[in-house]
Design a protein around this ligand. Structure first.
Ligand SMILES: Cc1cc2nc3c(=O)[nH]c(=O)nc-3n(C[C@H](O)[C@H](O)[C@H](O)COP(=O)(O)OP(=O)(O)OC[C@H]3O[C@@H](n4cnc5c(N)ncnc54)[C@H](O)[C@@H]3O)c2cc1C
Length: 404
């Protein structure tokens, strides 16, 4: 058989969309194309494919790369000591701390940023200025382009390289390199799934219709919104110097966050992701420390964002040691980290109408789509009322529990 059976690679149930096969193919016979769900998936050009099956042999979804990683990593609550850098990031700003260590040693950092058309794609940064577009979470699957080849090029200079991505992208990098070079540092982040680029574009299109101008920049995890730490910040082409700030639940903004948090807009493979729990693929795992105890909800540090970092390897330890002067690290129990992050406990559950939802992103415009799924995304009036009552009663329940 000349060509590998295309279904073995592109089956949406199996493919994470990491794009490693595209980077690996010596014939450049693999392209990443938008699939029926609106995500990038590999497509093989039969005219170029010589049937070497390298893409199948090294696919990280078929055979995970072997890495020396702790089954029970050290867990830290941590944050960047520079308030401005911390404010410009989604959580405790630890990505910036590690990136600056790499720059200080003449190295290069790879992460996901926006391009000029607001497409989310991987890029390299060699300075604090170039790092800016890579900061903060983008709730959409990033295009990895030829990034694994670029990382390999960076490693060949002998200088340190930091790569940050979803666990499947980090595992893909190791599969591509077929090893763990000494000058490579990686961070995965806790990820309960990556949302659909098609839904994201529909959301942007909706905003442009509402504002009657194009959106020039977007930050989906802005802390600058005064009413909420989970803010969205937009700049429009008509007034680029003015930042518009919204909370995730504000009208017009709410469906992007809801579809993500309610798991409707995620890639099919994310519901059976092999990177939940331990061991983690990155040297360090970045996350939010959602259920950090004994600091109190009103603690100002919590409001500024506190990260959970898991130290998974010797190189992870080195990264922490290098950064000790620029960040505060507080050792915590691993169980506390697991308790606050569902993606350390098990797979994200797939809502019954998820397939219909992502397919409908092709058929319907944004307004019709969100109207059709309003009930699934927001629940019924009764269920919303139950949540409200539960929230109000929570402090009382906690108080009573504390007395027991
Ligand atoms: C899709 C997604 C789901 C997430 N789910 C969880 C979760 O369930 N629980 C949790 O605790 N944390 C989750 N996070 C991670 C969390 O929001 C923070 O990104 C993380 O804690 C790092 O924060 P920071 O302040 O150190 O750095 P930041 O400055 O926020 O750095 C963000 C880093 O993430 C990379 N990045 C951002 N978006 C993407 C993307 N779409 N694809 C690949 N890389 C990207 C950037 O390149 C950068 O390196 C998720 C992030 C994303 C993008």
């Amino acid at each position: 058989m000349k060509n590998p059976p295309i279904d073995e690679i592109v089956s949406p149930e199996k493919c994470s969309g990491c794009g490693m096969c595209r980077n690996l193919c010596p014939q450049n016979a693999i392209r990443m194309e938008t699939d029926r769900d609106g995500f990038l998936s590999p497509a093989i050009d039969p005219k170029l494919c010589v049937g070497c099956r390298l893409c199948l042999a090294r696919c990280p979804q078929r055979r995970a790369p072997e890495l020396a990683r702790a089954e029970k990593p050290e867990a830290y609550a941590c944050w960047n000591l520079d308030d401005a850098q911390r404010a410009a990031s989604s959580s405790g700003g630890m990505f910036t701390v590690y990136a600056r260590q790499i720059f200080a040693r003449g190295g290069v950092v790879f992460g996901a940023g926006y391009d000029e058309r607001l497409k989310v794609r991987f890029a390299a940064a060699r300075s604090a200025e170039e790092l800016k577009p890579l900061l903060c979470s983008k709730y959409v699957q990033a295009d990895t382009r030829e990034i694994y080849r670029e990382v390999k090029g960076g490693l060949e200079t002998g200088r340190p390289v930091l790569f940050v991505g979803t666990p499947c992208q980090v595992a893909a990098l190791y599969a591509f390199l077929d090893g763990d070079p000494p000058n490579l540092y990686t961070c995965d982040f806790l990820c309960h799934g990556v949302p659909s680029p098609r839904f994201y574009r529909k959301w942007l299109g909706h905003l442009e219709r509402v504002f009657k101008t194009s959106v020039r920049s977007v930050n989906m995890r802005s802390k600058l919104c005064e009413r909420n730490v989970m803010g969205i910040e937009l700049r429009l082409s008509s007034s680029p110097d003015r930042a518009l700030q919204y909370a995730w639940h504000d009208r017009g903004m709410e469906y992007l966050g809801r579809a993500f948090l309610k798991n409707y807009s995620l890639r099919k493979r994310c519901y059976t992701c092999s990177h939940v729990g331990f061991p983690r693929p990155g040297d360090v795992t970045l996350a939010d420390f959602w259920k950090l105890g004994d600091l109190g909800t009103d603690n100002p540090e919590k409001k500024k964002g506190i990260s959970l970092n898991l130290i998974n390897s010797e190189k992870g330890k080195r990264l922490l040691e290098m950064s000790a002067a620029d960040a505060r690290f507080i050792r915590r129990e691993l169980s506390e980290a697991v308790d606050g992050n569902s993606s350390l406990r098990g797979n994200t559950s797939e809502p019954p109408l998820r397939d219909e939802f992502v397919r409908d992103t092709v058929r319907y415009d944004y307004e019709t789509l969100v109207k059709k799924y309003h009930r699934q995304l927001f629940g019924t009036r009764l269920s919303r009322l139950k949540v409200k009552i539960k929230k109000r009663l929570r402090p009382l329940v906690n108080l009573l529990r504390g007395r027991e």
